[in-house]
Design a protein around this ligand. Sequence first.
Ligand SMILES: *Cc1c(COP(=O)(O)O)cnc(C)c1O
Length: 370
Amino acid sequence: MIPVNEPLFSGNEKQYLDECIETGWVSSEGKFVTEFENKLANRVNRQHAIAVSNGSAALDIAIAALNIGPGDEVIVPTFTIISCVASIVRAGAKPVLVDCDEQTWNMDIEQLESAITNHTRAIMMVHIYGLPVDVDKVLTLADKHGLYVIEDAAEMLGQSYKNQPCGSFGDISTFSFYPNKLVTTGEGGMVLTNDAFLAERCRSLMNLCFQNNQRFVHEELGWNFRMSNLQAAVGLAQLENLDEAVSKKREIGSFYQELLANITRLKLPIHKTKYADNIYWVFGIVLDHSKTNLSAKQLMSQLAEKKIGTRPFFWPMHKQPVFNKQRMFINDTHPVAEYISTQGLYIPGGLAITRQQQEIVANVLIEMLA
Ligand SMILES: *Cc1c(COP(=O)(O)O)cnc(C)c1O
């Protein structure tokens, strides 16, 4: 079986973990948590970083810290993970969806301005699969209308936009350290900002809103979203190897581009845009509707028979039963997201994949589609 993702632990992970166990520091009070926060903040040019239990929690904290709630609207792409929209809905605010761009799969910047109303408070920009959003356009628009920007950079640690690191943009940015991300802690996430006041709010909200002077007296409801020292130990070791991970991802992507170039029934990801080279967080492929009747679902089950792991593309937020049952997005149509979500899938591309495994995947695809 060639799994869709296999993480790589090739640095100081074991050594740091041993240190946690030998010293007894396993909770969020351990020193690796602060070290990991500082090192990540440095890496992405942010003043403050707050480690949390996962990337979805990071988004919940970002929305709460900005006091987004009932009566507010947040613009967000329909083609993304549910965590983005869940954080808005749970806060009692209204998500306003925009379609994605057919080339980059990122939110369609051209649709942003018409989505803005008197109730809009924020734009949540989410970098999808390997290429960043055209950030400057979002920041300019947000500035013009006085909106917050939340940058979900979960898939883009190590990527940059016009030579500025992803995760450095907007009022608050977030990362995830799930095992398929460029840095993993098993489960984990981070919230980052340059605003000291927002950083304090995030720290309080993710730690049950304990107070310094009267610890068990609470003015506000928070969560326990703390990251453990064990997780941070792994994260710190992983971060030391981030540059290697980024190169490896780009090598994996470039090699697939070569191997799959002649399959005309497939649309491959774009290798670069004016503002970034693809980091290939995942290698997505889209079946060209005009050249084949095969759906992504059918291709995925054929690949599974050949012991090749895949994942479908995100299912658009406006098609989610959980939201439709609440009468949300009933009249939304977003044709690009609808198209790529039925025709798209991604193939094995974790950091532990070998060139030989990539050749096997490519040969099977060629056999099935050429
Ligand atoms: C992975 C991911 C998340 C969620 O992260 P978890 O750690 O799995 O909760 C959020 N946003 C995006 C874009 C992601 O890819």
